[in-house]
Ligand binder design. Structure first.
Ligand code: ZN
Length: 211
């Protein structure tokens, strides 16, 4: 991983300064891939596209924030605080961003809904329960139903994701049928795992491979 210096950005609402990491090269060595399409690559970490200002709690798209300049680590003077790093949103905040219609286009909505889905699945990836309350279950289910609606059947990766969403919701036959039309050799492994999981009526996210 070759990170360049972080860039300082300003919250569009209150002007609070934060640092965002910039990555200009990396690799997928040691990466883990999952059936929901998430890849966790230690040498190529994903960077957030939307964040929350720790000072005023505003949710904003990072590409819309003003860039102040490169961040140089300096010794802090008494009373000075280190700039906080931009962070990924929580389940509650992704849901809030969607309910407030912060998506500027379908691509943004797809991003927010996929991130929200992955955020729930991250718990399962860490051996924790998927949902912790009936309210969370509603958020989870509503999100998957709407995500299914915007995924594009003509794109093989989105089609696989759609099958995964259907499997997560317990529609095993529909999920398997969707996968009949994904014939590309490069997706064979993930397609076989999802089909097998449908046969076994499993709804949780599964690991595909370790690189
Ligand atoms: Zn702010």
């Amino acid at each position: 991983m070759m990170p360049s210096l972080p860039v300082v950005i300003r919250c569009p609402k209150c002007g609070n300064q934060m640092k965002k990491q910039v990555l200009y090269s990396g690799n997928t060595f040691g990466a883990a891939c999952y059936t929901d399409g998430k890849m966790e690559a230690p040498m190529l970490p994903e960077l957030p596209q939307i964040t929350k200002c720790p000072a005023c709690k505003e949710l904003f798209w990072i590409d819309e924030a003003e860039e102040v300049g490169e961040y140089f680590p300096m010794p802090l003077l008494p009373g000075e605080k280190e700039f906080p790093s931009v962070r990924f949103l929580s389940i509650t905040d992704y849901d809030k961003a969607l309910r407030r219609n912060l998506s500027r286009n379908t691509e943004d909505e797809l991003y927010l809904r996929r991130q929200l889905w992955w955020k729930f699945n991250d718990r399962v990836r860490r051996g924790k329960p998927l949902v912790n309350s009936p309210r969370e279950e509603t958020i989870w289910k509503t999100n998957l139903a709407l995500l299914e609606g915007i995924l594009d059947d003509n794109d093989p990766e989105q089609r696989i994701m759609k099958a995964e969403v259907l499997r997560h919701l317990g529609f095993f036959l529909l999920a398997s049928t969707k996968l009949e039309f994904v014939r590309d050799e490069q997706y064979k492994q993930v397609v076989d795992i999802i089909k097998q999981a449908c046969k076994e009526q499993k709804t949780e996210v599964l690991k595909v491979e370790d690189n």
